[in-house]
Ligand binder design. Structure first.
Ligand SMILES: *Cc1c(COP(=O)(O)O)cnc(C)c1O
Length: 487
């Protein structure tokens, strides 16, 4: 047991907390207001409310809704708030889930099982625009539902409804639209998608994971937001995350249904074993009451007017940043985002080196690879902590753009190399080359990334998508390896 990772004697509380703090030294500094991804930071007061409520209900178990009526009550109140927010009537029901992905998996499962029961469909398909979140592909992968992807408008990045119509077959169980999509922050033509679903007697899910909560506030503030919620006839389900723009800690989302019949197809009950009768409304069985109580607490603390005020700041920041990008020679906003999610790109200042140049200036922006008509770009998810740094961000972006324009030729070489390498990766033994490739790009053991990511991104952008997916699986495998005992 000499090399055991288990401490023989337990550490003191002080030692444990000191180590926890020490280990986060390389984490992204999300409280800096310079991170446009991952954390939806509502500031110290919201964080305090969330933390207290989370820890207060951390140990309560949502496994059995009769054991802790507090949790049932929180959920029913939150779902009522969500339904009202999305203009659903009394018939709308839902479930609190651990995140957008779970909400989407459940909506797809409900559609699959509802179609099996009512239409006898055994080889289900769903029609999703290529801008639909990867969670739909994950749902397809887990649930044995075939995802039929359809084109988007190459200028607006919105779903092409005519293409969706053509993709419908007798096995289609669900049509999907996003309000908004993640990549470009634009809202799909939900009224047209839902009308098509109604015409064909199909279910229609609107992914409001990121936009569902915030867009109604933007609309109230006078921004142009197309209808996307339960006011649209034909919308049969929606997903909306609380752990994004409702500023709740992670583990908080919901899925809503216009009809309880469809929601019942989501549930799982089991009495066919020797233990307790299991009734699971969602994927998890034992589940902490923490995320639910924290969401309840944050939403009740911030309140409608509080969110409206936060939304006003976000909308203003988004408008300023969009305008600044459009005014910067060479930079281009992709589409016309309704959400405070912005994808932008440039021919003269390629996005991946631009991300590195921003990082060198202390700003974290998210590279997005090319897919279909969506060229490689940089993505911003503006969160409340970014708002007061808008002017500084714009200044940094302008200077970084200038710098990258000047160093373009070096990056062009990296791109050429990436393309040449990618061509070699198409054969049957492509996979065998991956380890060498990963190492040659400066990716270290345990997935340690090089300081400058442009070359890695250029390569990822150039390789065929199926190889890229295998590469990612290989890469992630190398990261998640059991820790060795520290000397
Ligand atoms: C974030 C997001 C999801 C997935 O949500 P998770 O909470 O990360 O599981 C789904 N759809 C859209 C549009 C999103 O932005």
């Amino acid at each position: 047991m000499g090399s055991s990772v288990w401490p023989k004697q337990g550490l003191s509380k002080e030692q444990v907390f000191a180590k926890l703090e020490e280990h986060r030294k390389d984490d992204l500094a999300w409280r800096s207001g310079r991170l446009f991804a991952y954390v939806y930071d509502g500031g110290p007061e919201i964080e305090e409310v969330a933390k207290k409520a989370f820890t207060a209900f951390m140990s309560e178990n949502g496994l059995d809704p009769t054991a802790f009526p507090s949790l049932l009550r929180f959920e029913n109140e939150i779902i009522a708030m969500a339904r009202e927010h999305l203009h659903g009537g009394d018939e709308v029901v839902g479930a609190f889930t651990s995140g957008g992905t779970e909400s989407i998996i459940l909506a797809v499962k409900a559609a699959r099982d509802f179609a099996r029961a009512t239409r006898g469909i055994t080889t289900p398909e769903m029609v999703i625009p290529i801008t639909a979140h990867a969670a739909f592909h994950k749902a397809a992968h887990y649930l044995g539902v075939k995802a039929i992807t359809t084109a988007i408008d190459p200028v607006t990045y919105r779903a092409d409804v005519a293409a969706m119509r053509e993709a419908i077959t007798p096995n289609t169980v669900l049509l999907v639209g996003s309000a908004s999509g993640y990549a470009h922050g634009v809202v799909d033509p939900i009224e047209d998608i839902a009308a098509l679903a109604q015409e064909r007697g199909l279910l229609c899910h609107v992914d409001g994971c990121i936009g569902g909560f915030l867009l109604p506030y933007f609309a109230r503030l006078g921004a142009k937001v197309p209808l996307f919620d339960f006011r649209v006839p034909g919308v049969t389900s929606m997903s909306m995350d609380f752990h994004k723009y409702a500023l709740c800690p992670k583990g908080a989302s919901c899925v809503l249904y216009r009809s309880d019949d469809v929601r019942r197809a989501q549930f799982f009950t089991c009495a066919s074993w020797t233990g307790y009768t299991m009734i699971n409304t969602t994927i998890q069985s034992s589940k902490s009451g923490g995320p639910l109580a924290a969401a309840w607490a944050v939403m009740n603390h911030v309140g409608d007017e509080g969110y409206l005020k936060i939304a006003a700041g976000l909308l203003e920041a988004k408008n300023q940043i969009v305008a600044a990008i459009r005014e910067t020679p060479g930079l281009e906003v992709m589409g016309d985002p309704e959400m405070c999610l912005i994808a932008f790109r440039s021919e003269e200042a390629p996005p991946f080196p631009l991300a590195d140049a921003m990082k060198a200036r202390g700003w974290h922006v998210q590279p997005q690879l090319a897919y279909g008509p969506s060229r490689e770009n940089l993505h911003l998810t503006i969160n409340p902590s970014n708002v007061k740094h808008t002017a500084a961000f714009i200044e940094a972006l302008r200077s970084a753009t200038q710098e990258v324009k000047g160093t373009r030729s070096a990056y062009a070489e990296a791109e050429t190399f990436a393309r040449a390498f990618a061509e070699k990766l198409t054969g049957p033994d492509a996979f065998a080359m991956l380890p060498t490739l990963v190492a040659s790009l400066g990716v270290g053991e345990g997935g340690k990334m090089p300081e400058k990511m442009a070359d890695v991104n250029a390569l990822m952008n150039a390789v065929p998508r199926d190889i890229q997916e295998r590469l990612l699986a290989y890469f992630v495998s190398s990261m998640f390896t059991p820790a060795k005992r520290e000397p």
